[in-house]
Each structure stands twice: as C-alpha cells, then as structure tokens.
Design a protein around this ligand. Structure first.
Ligand SMILES: Nc1ncnc2c1ncn2[C@@H]1O[C@H](COP(=O)(O)OP(=O)(O)OP(=O)(O)O)[C@@H](O)[C@H]1O
Ligand SMILES: [Mg+2]
Length: 384
C-alpha cells in the first residue's frame, strides 16, 4: 500500500481581525496551502460547508458565534476535521474548554508562525494516518473483488482490515484525549489551580474508561476460546450492571430500573460475557440522552429479565433519541458510531458476537425521538 498524501490542502481561517487574516493568508499560501478566510463564526461555518477543508484555524474570542461554538459545530458536521484554536495569552479556561470539545491543538496570540506551522503539520499527519487506514480498507475491498476463487480468505482479510482500521481510529481518538487531559493537568500543577486539576482529572478518567472498554470489547471480539458456561442465575449479570451504573444514572438524572425474572432457575451461560453485553446496551441507552432535544423529559432506562418459551430474554429499553435511520442496518456489522471521539462503534459488534456464540439472537425496535428497545434471546441449554 502506498502512503497517501492529504486529499486537499485547504485551510479555513476564521478570525475577526483583518490584519491577522491578511498576514496568515500570505504566510500560509507561501507554504503551499490553499487558504480560505472568514471574518466571523457564521461566515466560517458557511465556508466550511461549501469548501470542506481538512483543517480549520479559528480565533476563540469573536463577536456573534464564538470559536468554541465554531469548533463544536464543525466537529458535529465532520468529526474528522482537525480544528486548531487561537487563544489570547493566559486564556487557559478557554484552552481547557476547547480541548474538552476535541480541538486538535491551540496556539496563543501573538501568533508565532513556527508554532502555527508545527500545529498544522501535526494536524496533517493525523489526517494522513486516517486516510491511509481508509485507503488500506479500499485496497482490501478491491482485492476481494479480484480474487473470485479465494473469496473466503479475502473476506477474512477484509474483516481483519476493518478491525485494525476501527481499532486504530479508536486508539487515535483516545490518545488525543489523553494528550489533552495531561496538558490540562500540567497546567493545573504549574499554576497550582485546583479547577484545572479537577477538570484534567475528569478528562483523564473518561479516557481511562474508554480504553478499558475498548480493550474489553477487543478481547471479547478476538476471543477464540469457547464460552465459559456455568450454571448462573440469569438475573445476576443484570444486577451487576445496576450496581455498576447506578452512580452514573444518578449523576445524569436517569431513572434506572431492573425488573428481574421471578422464576428461580439456574441456566447455563457465560455470565461474564453476558454482563459485558448488557453493559454495552445500557451504556448506549444512557448515551441516547446526550442529544439536546431530550434534555427536558424524564429519562428512563429499564432492564427486564424474563424466561419465555425455554429462552432467557433480556430487554434494555430507553426513551432517548432513537437510532438514526441511515445507520440502522449496519450497527451490528460495521464500526459505526455517531459519538465522534466518544465512541468506537465496536460495542454492538462485540455484543452480537457473544450472543450468537450462545446460539441466541439480538434485535431492536427504535423510533426517532421516542426511544429504543434492544432484545436479547438466549435459548436455555440442557448441557454445556
Ligand atoms: N439505545 C440507543 N439509542 C440511540 N442510538 C443508539 C442506541 N444504541 C446504539 N445506538 C447507535 O448505534 C451506534 C453504534 O453503537 P455501538 O455500541 O456499536 O458503538 P458506540 O456506542 O458508538 O461506541 P462504543 O464502541 O463505545 O460502544 C451508536 O453510535 C449510536 O448511534
Ligand atoms: Mg456503545
């Protein structure tokens, strides 16, 4: 595979100071970039939609739509865009905020051209890595089409390629998050600022949680060993999740309930693996309230455990945003995430794999803005 260069070398610069726009345009153009300019946030967002640059440089303090809002909206439109923010000297609060909203880097005023070029270079490197992963995937797909006789082998290659691509992307995001949090922590230590220390630590903990979840997903996905089937009470993994997630439910004002199965019966299952599946579904249910439109309603997440027709049924139901129509068909098979840096798209793939290993099925019903219900059905085995 040849390493690719960036698809476009367009940079959008949003700054309300005409002098800065003029000087940076000349400097960046002389370094070979194609520079578009915008004097305010609103024009910046329109130009972004029109030109789709890979890199955006935005001033933070601007009248009207400010730089943080520009950053948030651009990340929403295309999470892959690298956004570099320009801050005033000593605007640490804004730097911390922009890193929390996944700015790639920041530079302070007065702008040092070397700092700016090195920030752009780092952003470009990250873009090239993402593009190379994508082109690796495309190459593999071509390979599959070409090799009629070796379909099975090629499909395996594609699956491996997809797994590596998804993993690399997720790890890249977490590494970016860790870098941001360690910067905020360093600032806290340097300025003896408790607030930065707290924020940095929160960011760091979030990233540790993400990497822990990713490694568990990967372990479960890659596991070739057989299930560890034991006689279990089917309520047990659901009760464990209630305990584990209760704190997060309270923090986010989510009414979180379990309706356990009343039939006292032990069944053969891999309790740890089923725990992991319910955790994935409940985490998704909690995340379904993150969209603004669901903020004023009572948020409910319910787990139901029943035994019906000789099968254990787990239902995880939320009244959150519902699953996007476009991704509905692929959520079990592809690394699909609508959570930008906060998701890997690996959760449901792993969950489905575990359920199928139990000879079970997983399905869902969803309605936009009304909510989603995932249903897992595992036939009860008489022996291992
Ligand atoms: N209960 C739900 N409500 C709304 N959308 C959901 C729900 N469950 C899944 N989704 C959608 O399906 C996508 C894929 O889910 P999946 O669990 O595989 O990955 P993820 O949650 O994005 O990342 P992670 O790997 O951290 O789990 C989510 O990004 C989300 O858009
Ligand atoms: Mg998930």
């Amino acid at each position: 595979m040849d390493n690719k260069v960036m698809k476009n070398n367009k940079i959008l610069l949003v700054d309300d100071e005409e002098g800065i726009r003029r000087v940076l345009k000349i400097t960046l153009e002389s370094s070979g970039y194609d520079v578009c300019l915008a004097p305010d946030g609103e024009t910046g967002l329109k130009t972004f939609a029109d030109k789709m640059p890979c890199i955006v440089i935005t001033d933070i303090k601007m009248p009207g739509i400010d730089g943080i809002e520009v950053l948030k909206r651009i990340k929403n439109l295309n999470p892959e865009t690298e956004v570099i923010v320009i801050t005033g000297h000593g605007d640490m609060d804004l730097v911390v905020k922009s890193l929390q909203y996944e700015a790639a880097d920041f530079i302070t005023k007065p702008i040092d051209i070397n700092d700016l070029e090195s920030a752009i270079k780092k952003a470009q490197d990250r873009i090239v890595i993402s593009q190379n992963i994508k082109s690796y995937m495309d190459d593999l797909e071509i390979l599959v089409k070409e090799k009629d006789k070796k379909i099975n082998e090629s499909e395996t290659l594609v699956t491996i390629g997809q797994t590596i691509a998804g993993m690399s992307h997720a790890i890249k995001n977490i590494a970016g998050g860790l870098k941001g949090s360690s910067f905020v922590l360093e600032q806290g230590i340097e300025h003896e600022n408790q607030e930065y220390l707290k924020q940095g630590w929160q960011m760091m903990k979030g990233n540790i949680d993400k990497i822990t979840k990713l490694s568990l997903d990967l372990l479960n996905y890659a596991k070739t060993t057989k299930l560890n089937l034991q006689l279990e009470n089917p309520n047990k993994p659901a009760r464990e999740i209630m305990q584990l997630m209760n704190h997060r439910a309270k923090e986010n004002n989510i009414v979180f309930k379990l309706t356990p199965c009343i039939e006292k019966r032990l069944v053969l299952m891999d309790g740890e693996a089923i725990h992991h599946c319910i955790l994935n579904l409940v985490t998704n249910a909690f995340d379904s309230f993150n969209k603004r439109s669901t903020q004023n309603q009572i948020k409910n997440v319910n787990i139901f455990v029943t035994i019906e027709n000789n099968a254990i049924i787990y239902k995880v139901q939320d009244n959150g945003c519902g699953i996007n129509d476009i991704i509905k068909k692929s959520i079990f098979n592809d690394f699909i995430t609508t959570k930008g840096m906060n998701g890997t798209g690996f959760g449901l793939m792993t969950t489905k794999k575990i359920i199928e290993e139990h000879n079970g099925e997983i399905d869902f019903k969803t309605e936009q803005e009304k909510g989603t219900r995932f249903i897992i059905k595992i036939p009860i085995r008489s022996k291992a």
